[in-house]
Design a binder for this molecule. Structure first.
Ligand code: DX5
Ligand code: ZN
Length: 222
């Protein structure tokens, strides 16, 4: 399956955490395609964020797919809780271990879409043996853990390599990029083959009145 229409997945990490429900409602109304939720455990990555109870609390605020990015190690014991909380997509990092294939089997058996995230130092070929089980590949364009970091340009050839692997399957697999995505960097990511853009800082800057313009700028890439 070749590149699909561009979809924008605002990362709630950059929203106002004191008003998270309203923020999810506002970013949905502004044109978000997915709601990206970053789950961090203070162990796999050096930051702590939200658990399944927050995801469940946010579920009534949007009908858009909840794109849950699990930066937790190990992830397996959390999968059901996040699926029950309302996650539509569950994305895991292979380094979170211990058995990626088993983790993907579990996500699929829960009836959720399965994603694999590739850190900047993880090669594209890592996903080859499990691509038949994957609905989304996430290429990290920063090291996971924090919003507001700078886009790592050296990941562009890897995005392109993942694009070619996906196209060979003929299946509908999202190619998502995450980290440092702005109207300035989005065109390069799209040209390399990405079709889902995660953006935290660039989606939520300027307050709710700006959200629609922020998303339009990411989609248009200018
Ligand atoms: C980083 C997270 C990202 C982050 C992106 O570990 O996975 O989703 O929120 O933030 P920006 O768009 O600000 O780089
Ligand atoms: Zn993320």
């Amino acid at each position: 399956m070749s590149q699909q229409p561009i979809r924008i997945a605002p990362s709630v990490l950059s929203a106002d955490f004191a008003r998270l429900g309203e923020e999810v409602r506002a970013i949905d109304a502004a044109g978000a395609d997915y709601i990206h939720l970053d789950v961090m455990d203070g162990h796999f990555v050096p930051n702590l964020t939200i658990g399944p109870s927050v995801v469940k609390a946010l579920r009534p605020f949007s009908d858009k797919p909840f794109d849950v990015h699990l930066m937790v190690s190990p992830a397996d014991s959390w999968l059901k809780a996040f699926a029950d909380a309302g996650a539509d997509i569950l994305t895991v990092h292979p380094e979170a271990g211990p058995h990626l294939h088993r983790t993907l089997q579990q996500i699929r058996s829960l009836g959720r879409r399965a994603g694999v995230a590739l850190n900047p130092a993880t090669p594209a070929t890592f996903i080859e043996p499990v691509l038949d089980m994957v609905d989304l590949v996430l290429v990290m364009t920063v090291n996971p853990g924090f919003g507001g970091q700078r886009f790592i340009e050296s990941q562009l050839p890897k995005i392109n390599a993942v694009r070619r692997l996906i196209d060979l399957t003929g299946r509908r697999i999202d190619l998502e990029v995450d980290g440092g995505i702005t109207p300035a960097t989005a065109p390069d990511a799209i040209a390399a083959g990405a079709d889902v853009l995660v953006a935290g800082t660039a989606s939520f800057k300027g307050g709710a009145a700006q959200y629609a313009a922020n998303i339009a700028a990411l989609r248009g890439g200018s």
